[in-house]
Design a protein. Structure first.
Length: 94
């Protein structure tokens, strides 16, 4: 009697710099490193999380024997730098 053979698919995940990547509720990496791993074929949950900002979750279907690419890009984050004299009052939006 033959037992079923598990079929794996190569998964490539990318997102914004600093995004934590979870697959099936386990942390698998942080971008800037593109996350590359082998997963069993079938449905999997991917969560993209930028701490203190935003989270995006999706269910993906991994196809065995193939390269599966998944990506989510969050809207760009901005930065503000203020240079002033000591004890200066700085107001933003009022």
């Amino acid at each position: 009697m033959n037992s079923p053979v598990a079929v794996m698919g190569t998964v490539v995940i990318s997102s914004n710099l600093g995004t934590l990547i979870y697959v099936d509720d386990e942390v698998v990496g942080t971008i800037p490193h593109v996350v590359i791993m082998d997963l069993l074929s079938g449905p999997h949950e991917i969560r993209y999380e930028i701490p203190d900002y935003e989270t995006f979750e999706e269910t993906v279907e991994v196809v065995g024997g193939q390269k599966n690419e998944f990506s989510h890009q969050f809207p760009l984050l901005g930065a503000l730098r203020i240079s002033c004299d000591p004890y200066a009052k700085v107001r933003l939006d009022g």
